[in-house]
Structure formats: C-alpha cells, structure tokens
Design a protein around this ligand. Structure first.
Ligand SMILES: *Cc1c(COP(=O)(O)O)cnc(C)c1O
Ligand SMILES: [Zn+2]
Length: 476
C-alpha cells in the first residue's frame, strides 16, 4: 500500500530549502516550489540546498536509531525517509513512499577473496532489494514526492530500464500520476521492459540509443509540461544520499575507507559525494571516505576525461573545453556507448560536473573495466551472495583492479554498491553459464568475452534413472 497524504498543491515554501546553481561563480537560487532541471542564468545543474542552522538537525547519527522502534510508521520504515531530517525539502505529509530502501549491507568474504581483500573488510550494499529491484527507488521516492508537491499529473523519464521501472511502479501504486517513459531501441533488458509494461506506463520506444532518448525527453517534457524525473532532477539525488546513510547505519555509524560504485549518468556518485560533504559540514562524521567510480570500458567518458585528460572540478572552475572537445570527437567519429552493462551504457553523463565535485571532495578515483572483468565479477557475486545485474558488478571488478594496483589496501574497509537485482538481466547470466558455444558467442563473444572462468554449466543427461544418478555422483 503506498502511503500519501491528500494532494498537496501549491504547498507554501518553507524557505529553509531551495534550489541553487552548482557553479559557485553563478549560484543563482530558485524556490523548491519550482520545477526545473537547470539554471536559467547559466544552464548548469542545480542542487537542493538547506538552511541547516534553522532546521532541526540531529546532533549525532545515532539519533536516527530512535526511528527503528517506530517501524509501523511508513516514514520511519522507509530506508529513505527515516533520514528525513537530512533531506528536509518536503513536509512529511507530502511524502510518497512505497517502503523503498529496505536494503542490507552484506559482509561477503568470498568476494573479498576474489578482490584480494582481507576477510571482514568487504561489504556489498544490496540495492537490488528495492521494490522495483534497483537503487533507483531511493531517488524516485524523492523526485516523485516533489512532483506531487508541485501538482504534476504526468511524469516522464528516459531510461536504460531501471529508472522507467521505478517511475512506473510509483505511478501505478500511488495512482497520483501517469508515467511516460522513453527507451532506446533494442537495448533495454527484458526484465526491465517487462516491469514498465506490467506497471502500465506509457512506453515510447524511439529509434536511437539512451543518449538520444535523454535528449528527446528533455524537449518533450518542456514542451508538454511533463515532470521530468531523470537524474538531472536534483530531488532524485537527495533520495540517493540515503544509500550512504544506510551504509553508515549498518557499519554502526563508522565511515568506511572506500565506496565503490558503477558510473553511468553519475547520479549516484554525485549524491554520495553530497551526502558525505553535508554530514561532514554538520559535524556528523569526522572524515570522508574515498569514492571510486567504475565505468565500463565501452562507455568510459568519465574515465577518459578524469584520468586521461585531466578534467577536474577545480573548485568550481572546470575546464569545459576538455568536455566539449571530447564530445565533438565522439560525434565526429560516430562513437556510441556499447556495453553489456546496459544500465551504464551512457556516453554523455548528465551529472558530470556534480560528479567532478564529488571526486574532489572525496579524493576520488575513476577506473574502467572490460566486459570480461564485469561478467567474471558478476559470477563471483552470484556465487557468494545475492547476485546482481552486469552494471552492478562493475563495482566489484573495479575494486579488484584498484586492489591489484595497490590503490586500495588489503586491509581497508570497502563497500561495493550492487545497484540492481540479478533478475533484471537474465540473458547475460544464462549466456555466461551456458554450455552452448553458439549462445555464448551470440550474446558475449561479440563483446570480446572469451571465457567464463566461473561458469556453472547445467549438466545434460538422458531421462534415465541410472544415468541421472551417475551424473549427480560424478558432479557433486
Ligand atoms: C542507473 C543505474 C546505474 C548507473 O547509476 P548512475 O547514478 O546513473 O551513475 C548503475 N547500475 C544500475 C543497475 C542502474 O540502474
Ligand atoms: Zn547558474
């Protein structure tokens, strides 16, 4: 049962939360009552900013434990809204929640062995446990709440699959809005497409890829006045901050050494940076963790710009010519993002500049991993825990790479974010484990994957009792 108050239209602004241009040089401010995804003055992204001094902020993170005994209240049960005091842009009665964020942090020594970490050092934050099966619900509940506050009737997104599944779910369970989703052709996995269709979203499949769909949805939402919930929406990132609050909660409020996260549109990494920056500002944590963002090699814009071309936030004065030059190259060479990790198959990440800021304040690093590395890591996650979709495994593959380089120490405490559920993309999983070479080649060989070191092949056996007994004894 979704929980919501009566429609809250024209909610008077409290004035304690506002939208602000991320560029220090501009800093234009807008009310939280406005629906916008960029700054009028300079076109940059927006942050949600709070007047913390005038807000009731807890003195310690431990204070949030007082909410645990009130789990019968929807706002305390939600893994997002029990941290309401740290994202106080909406009055409690405006919040729309479907019980998102009930996600576990799992100590996984089998994967620690694979990465090369000491035991009791590696944790997997399992965001696949969300109602729509990915971390996107953390952000969607926040953006959806804001959409509802502003009286929106329709909400739209472009999606590689998980954002649309999440939006469609919030729309159909709350019945507050109609979902309009844009997807590229042929790229979306069946698991994700099936969710959007099942949840009754108006699904527009355009001839193009995600970057094309993203461009169109921004035009359409402007033209038709539809509320846009892509991660250019600053409210999404407010919800996604809580993934880090829950990581800290699970670690008894201790800050880990590393957070490792896949990078697609860079909403998560940006939100994580903002979360830790704010906690630090508020005196709720004493030190910052480092963030490692992992691209797929086939969609490696951030890696290329940050590690190879030296792009930096530079205290709010990034050299935009590096970015524009790179995008011009992509265009002139006709290069498109291409990876089996469809959730991060993105070449023009919309949150690039916010992400650079997060990298600066967390002394972050960026790496790229191959399809082979992602799929092997994914198989290791599956064999040692709850499983994940290919994009999520980039975090584990990236942690392994950073261990090999010595950037991450053997005894450091590492949290890898598993962004999406194993069942989102069964095609990739089955192809990895198959004994059918043709099927392997069709799905994976064409992507440069040559082996499946951790394949668990189904045993083919005649329908004969003795033969079945022999097969089991031989294989166990
Ligand atoms: C959206 C998504 C990502 C990418 O996250 P960003 O915040 O866009 O960088 C990674 N993995 C999964 C499963 C996703 O759904
Ligand atoms: Zn601006």
């Amino acid at each position: 049962m979704p929980t919501t108050a009566q429609p809250v239209t024209n909610q008077p602004t409290t004035g304690l939360a506002y939208q602000q241009c991320i560029m220090p040089r501009c800093g234009a401010q807008y009310s939280v009552d406005e629906v916008r995804t960029s700054c009028d003055a300079c076109g940059s992204l927006l942050d949600i900013v709070y007047d913390w001094d005038a807000l009731p902020v807890p003195k310690t993170l431990k204070w949030f434990e007082s909410k645990w005994s009130r789990r019968n209240e929807p706002l305390c049960r939600s893994g997002v809204w029990r941290f309401h005091e740290l994202l106080p842009f909406a009055p409690p009665e405006a919040v729309v929640t479907i019980g998102e964020g009930q996600t576990p942090l799992i100590l996984t020594n089998g994967v620690a062995d694979y990465i090369g970490l000491n035991h009791d050092r590696l944790y997997l934050e399992y965001e696949g446990m969300n109602p729509s099966g990915s971390f996107k619900d953390n952000g969607m509940t926040a953006a959806f709440t804001h959409a509802h506050m502003t009286g929106a009737q329709r909400a739209a997104c472009a999606s590689t699959g998980n954002t649309s599944a999440s939006l469609a779910l919030y729309c159909c369970s709350s019945k507050l809005m109609k979902a309009v989703i844009f997807i590229g052709s042929g790229k979306i996995s069946y698991g994700k497409l099936s969710q959007a269709l099942d949840y009754g979203a108006l699904t527009v499949q355009i001839a193009g890829d995600f970057d094309d769909a993203m461009h169109r949805v921004q035009q359409i939402s402007k033209q038709l006045g539809i509320y846009l919930v892509n991660s250019v929406n600053p409210f999404r990132l407010e919800g996604q901050k809580t993934i880090m609050f829950r990581v800290l909660e699970s670690l008894n409020w201790e800050v880990p050494d590393w957070i490792v996260v896949p990078g697609g549109n860079l909403g998560n990494s940006s939100a994580f940076g903002k979360a830790f920056h704010e906690l630090h500002q508020l005196g709720l944590i004493e030190r910052m963790p480092r963030i490692a963002i992992i691209n797929a090699a086939g969609a490696n814009t951030l890696y290329e710009l940050y590690e190879n071309r030296g792009l930096r936030w530079n205290k709010g004065e990034p050299d935009t010519s590096i970015v524009n030059g790179y995008y011009a190259e992509l265009d002139s060479e006709g290069r498109r993002a291409d990876t089996i990790a469809s959730a991060i198959e993105i070449n023009r990440p919309v949150n690039l500049y916010k992400c650079l800021r997060a990298l600066e304040c967390t002394q972050g690093v960026v790496r790229e991993v191959s399809e082979q590395e992602m799929l092997d890591a994914k198989a290791q996650v599956g064999a040692n825990g709850m499983g994940c979709e290919p994009a999520s495994a980039a975090s584990v593959a990236g942690a392994k790479l950073l261990r090999e380089e010595g950037v991450i120490g053997r005894d450091e405490r590492v949290v890898c974010i598993l962004t999406g559920h194993q069942l989102k993309d069964p095609t990739a999983t089955v192809a990895y484990h198959t004994a059918d070479q043709n099927e392997f080649n069709r799905v994976l060989g064409s992507r440069g994957v040559s082996r499946a070191a951790y394949a668990n092949r189904a045993v083919q056996v005649e329908n004969d009792l003795d033969a079945i007994v022999r097969a089991i004894q031989l294989n166990s």
